[in-house]
Design a protein around this ligand. Structure first.
Ligand SMILES: NC(=O)c1ccc[n+]([C@@H]2O[C@H](COP(=O)([O-])OP(=O)(O)OC[C@H]3O[C@@H](n4cnc5c(N)ncnc54)[C@H](OP(=O)(O)O)[C@@H]3O)[C@@H](O)[C@H]2O)c1
Length: 301
């Protein structure tokens, strides 16, 4: 068979593949959690605000479609927290309905003021998420860190959780967060970072790298702020150099191309956002020179 005929047949076969097989064939960009080497796709789903949904089908349907699409495209990380209202409950319910728990990486948090309150909250997370193993629990916003980390380490030792982490999303906590990172052994830290909000790149992200911690990014769109800043503007020519067709992909590729960052968790509650945002886990990522141009572009708006 000629090479041309072979490639025509391969293209036809690829076009006919069901979506999950295509996702595997096409592949999503993954990065490892340094403490284990386990690789995860660089884009996950954040569930703050939008997954705090009422019980009705009208509220559940778009969220179900979002998680279904996310799974079909090879997505794995879902980030939630007890403080996101009904979000853990909604995620647990939908994941169970869709029967997609195997292969997902469920991450939640603990935000409590005592060891007892933390334990109770964590047990409730297992119930709400309808799972006997949670992949990652992180101390939320430095709340009662020492006590909660002690509990999380016991749970990891006992095999009920796989990874231990800590999160923040405000500059006013950075100094304390950095001190905590120097003191503690953690698998994952989660911090805010976006093209127009780069403070965590000064010290926290490099420190994560030095300490062998995976750095996950929250608020990669600044809660939508970046879309407002670029509204009505065409994509710059350089977006093509990194295979971006939308602003969302530009913003996410900037974040996940930072050498310390292993995953970003944009909030998505619509299936079309999943198609768009997982596009940032495919194709080329910006190098250091292009990252600087991206920063100059956004700073110049
Ligand atoms: N301290 C912490 O631990 C902490 C703090 C904050 C957040 N987080 C985590 O980080 C996640 C992300 O934060 P976030 O959801 O607040 O903010 P975000 O990811 O910066 O922005 C999410 C918003 O961007 C819009 N969006 C998403 N994809 C889009 C697309 N392709 N095109 C156009 N618009 C799009 C959506 O707005 P609409 O829904 O309005 O359309 C969405 O709600 C949270 O869900 C949570 O899991 C953790």
């Amino acid at each position: 068979m000629s090479a041309t005929r072979r490639s025509v047949l391969a293209a036809a076969a690829a076009a006919a593949l069901p979506i999950p097989a295509l996702a595997q064939a096409g592949g999503l960009i993954t990065k490892p959690i340094p403490s284990s080497g386990e690789r995860l796709p660089v884009i996950g789903v954040g569930t703050a605000r939008r997954y705090d949904a009422a019980p009705g089908e009208a509220e559940r349907a778009p969220l179900r479609a979002t998680l279904k699409r996310f799974h079909e495209l090879g997505g794995r990380v879902i980030d939630t927290a007890p403080s996101y209202g009904q979000a853990e409950l909604v995620v647990g319910e939908l994941v169970s309905e869709l029967k997609i728990r195997p292969g997902l990486f469920l991450a939640t948090k603990v935000g409590a003021d005592s060891k007892e309150a933390g334990r109770a909250q964590i047990e409730a997370s297992f119930q709400k998420l309808r799972t006997d193993k949670i992949d990652l629990i992180a101390v939320h916003n430095l709340r009662d860190t020492a006590n909660q980390l002690a509990t999380l380490r016991e749970l990891k030792q006992g095999g009920r959780i796989r990874y231990v982490g800590a999160t923040t999303s405000v500059d006013s906590q950075y100094a304390d967060f950095e001190a905590m990172m120097r003191r503690e052994t953690l698998d994952v830290v989660q911090v805010d970072y976006a093209l127009d909000n780069r403070g965590s790149a000064d010290r926290i992200l490099p420190l994560a790298r030095d300490r062998g911690m995976a750095a996950w990014v929250n608020l990669p769109f600044g809660r939508g702020r970046l879309f407002q800043a670029t509204q009505g503007r065409p994509l710059p020519d350089w977006a093509r150099e990194i295979d971006c067709t939308t602003w969302a992909q530009v913003f996410l590729k900037y974040v996940v191309s930072h050498p310390a960052v292993t995953c970003a968790v944009p909030g998505m509650a619509q299936a079309r956002y999943v198609d768009d945002n997982l596009g940032a886990a495919r194709g080329r990522l910006p190098d250091a020179a292009l990252r600087t141009r991206m920063e100059q572009f956004i700073d110049g708006l």
